[in-house]
Design a protein around this ligand. Structure first.
Ligand SMILES: *[C@@H]1O[C@H](CO)[C@@H](O)[C@H](O)[C@H]1NC(C)=O
Ligand SMILES: *[C@@H]1O[C@H](CO)[C@@H](O)[C@H](O)[C@H]1NC(C)=O
Ligand SMILES: *[C@@H]1O[C@H](CO)[C@@H](O)[C@H](O)[C@H]1NC(C)=O
Ligand SMILES: *[C@@H]1O[C@H](CO)[C@@H](O)[C@H](O)[C@H]1NC(C)=O
Ligand SMILES: *[C@@H]1O[C@H](CO)[C@@H](O)[C@H](O)[C@H]1NC(C)=O
Length: 502
């Protein structure tokens, strides 16, 4: 654009007139030259095309018109009238001498900045700035990157707090919102930190939330929600709280059958490891501190709450040399310190002497002995009752016998309804030979009297009878107190027995 050297023409009558009217000042200081850069701010999303407008009016001095990005030392010439167009940057009106607007295609965040439309004046040594526009601030709207949520480096247990951070970057403009949700319910977090990003026209954001863990957080999730003006819908990223949670197991060792056990029985030691998270767990068994071989690996199952549990089993033969052995279940969960629970194997001593055979796990035989003893004692109790009844019947005159009523519950409490057969005694005697020492004691005592025999009877039913009978005897021998007034002396003795038993 160098209109001045040309002579006056029909294209620019006003300029020419002015120039002619001001000889000497000439082209160097055309006061009518105007440069308009009307756009204050332009923003676009990355990839879009922007148009920067610049128009001139009037005739300026000799010198090029350029577009500069930035001012001062940071400036960069992005368009020069002399330079050829590029795919990135083209003139809007390539042929125009007054419209110097430019298109910038496929903008990137790096295109952000302030653009100046500048008219230079040629001097002898260099081009100097003649006029410039006010500048157009170009911002490239940039969407935030997909948020990245990171939890604590180490797991924590219920009741402890963990911090979870959400980060997104590369967005423009600076304003951004970050929200947190725990299981869809909003939770409060610290103010998000916005920092300059990788390029001058982008920002990074970081938001941290602190959560106190609970046992049932295995299924809980945190959601970080990033809202920005470039987004139609917020960006969401989920964090499973189970990644930060450790629930230590409850450990219990159960012995089946319960200790003490009989010799040569098989004992199951089971280690119940319950309610743990995460799944990683190692269970080992130690026998007196030495690791045992356990063939089957226990099955880990998941509970409804999302925790895990397992049961590890070892079978042990209750051999005499294992008496007092300590069996330890050692659990290492999630790389934590081992936790141990132990159980001691107690083996009952086999019965001594001639009764050895019976005591060797022959529960059936023992049971029979108990039944026999019980029957004998019942019979004896009945005998005592009968005697007492007879005595009373002699003494009573037309009174109903309270003794009969007294003894009835005792009969029913006995499991076996037994006829009062004196032969039973003989039968019992035969069995006594094979019985334990307690029974033997009974035999001795039973020889003394029926009453003594009752004392030694082991089963509870027999025991009841014993106490009862005993009380009867004592009360009979003493002068008993009378809780109920009774006219008859003999029957009153019976009433006194009745009361302490019920
Ligand atoms: C440029 O800025 C000046 C003041 O700084 C103002 O007077 C003028 O109107 C502005 N021009 C445009 C085109 O915005
Ligand atoms: C552009 O930068 C160069 C050197 O970096 C400097 O000499 C020149 O004056 C600057 N131009 C403007 C308009 O700031
Ligand atoms: C901004 O975030 C991006 C990832 O989003 C990351 O690569 C970059 O290092 C961050 N820059 C700063 C200054 O934090
Ligand atoms: C227990 O088993 C051993 C062999 O396993 C046997 O020698 C012993 O007699 C058994 N003891 C009893 C009381 O059954
Ligand atoms: C096992 O040991 C207990 C005490 O330590 C003892 O009472 C019991 O008799 C022992 N059993 C055997 C079978 O030796």
């Amino acid at each position: 654009m160098e209109p001045l050297p040309r002579g006056p023409g029909p294209a620019c009558p006003l300029t020419c007139l002015l120039l002619l009217s001001l000889p000497g000042v000439g082209a160097q200081r055309s006061p009518t030259f105007q440069l308009q850069q009307p756009q204050d701010k332009v923003s676009a999303k990355a990839g879009e095309t922007i148009t920067l407008t610049c128009t001139t009016a009037g005739t300026g001095p000799a010198g090029p018109l350029k577009w500069l990005k930035g001012w001062g030392n940071e400036n960069e010439t992005i368009y020069d009238q002399n330079s050829p167009p590029t795919p990135h940057l083209t003139r809007a009106e390539p042929e125009s001498n007054t419209d110097f607007s430019i298109h910038i295609r496929d903008v990137h965040p790096k295109d952000a900045g302030t653009y100046y439309c500048v008219k230079f004046r040629k001097t002898r040594t260099m081009d100097e700035v003649f006029r410039r526009g006010n500048g157009t601030e170009v911002s490239i709207l940039a969407e935030p990157t997909r948020p990245v949520v990171s939890g604590p480096r180490h797991r924590a247990g219920p009741g402890q707090s963990v911090s979870v951070t959400c980060m997104a970057g590369g967005f423009f403009p600076k304003d951004i919102g970050v929200k947190w949700l725990k299981d869809k319910a909003p939770i409060s977090a610290q103010q998000p930190q916005v920092t300059p990003g990788q390029t001058t026209s982008s920002y990074n954001v970081s938001s941290t939330v602190t959560v106190t863990l609970q046992k049932d957080d295995v299924r809980s999730q945190l959601v970080c929600e990033v809202q920005h003006r470039t987004l139609e819908a917020p960006l969401r990223e989920t964090y499973q709280l189970s990644k930060a949670l450790r629930v230590s197991p409850g450990i219990q060792v159960v012995t089946d059958p319960r200790s003490p056990v009989e010799l040569n029985k098989t004992v199951n030691f089971s280690c119940h490891v319950r309610g743990f998270y995460p799944r990683e767990v190692a269970v080992t068994w130690l026998e007196n501190g030495t690791e045992m071989k356990v063939e089957n690996t226990p099955q880990v199952t998941e509970t409804r709450q999302g925790l895990f549990e397992l049961q590890s089993l070892v079978k042990v033969q209750a051999m005499e040399e294992k008496n007092g052995s300590v069996f330890t279940c050692r659990v290492v969960h999630d790389g934590q310190e081992p936790v141990s629970r132990m159980a001691t194997l107690q083996i009952t001593a086999p019965a001594q002497g001639e009764l050895n055979g019976l005591s060797q796990g022959e529960n059936g035989s023992l049971f029979i002995i108990y039944v026999v003893v019980g029957v004998i004692c019942t019979v004896l109790a009945l005998l005592v009752a009968a005697i007492l009844y007879l005595i009373r019947a002699k003494q009573s005159k037309g009174k109903s016998s309270p003794s009969a009523r007294l003894h009835e519950p005792e009969k029913s409490s006995e499991a076996t309804t037994q006829e009062s057969d004196p032969n039973n005694l003989t039968y019992a005697d035969l069995n006594f030979e094979r019985e334990r020492k307690t029974i033997r004691r009974m035999v001795e005592l039973s020889q003394q009297s029926e009453y003594a025999c009752i004392q030694s009877s082991p089963p509870p039913a027999g025991d009841d009878n014993l106490t009862y009978a005993d009380l009867d005897m004592v009360h009979l021998s003493k002068a008993p107190r009378r809780p109920a007034p009774a006219p008859e002396e003999a029957s009153s003795e019976y009433a006194s027995v009745q009361i302490p038993r019920k």
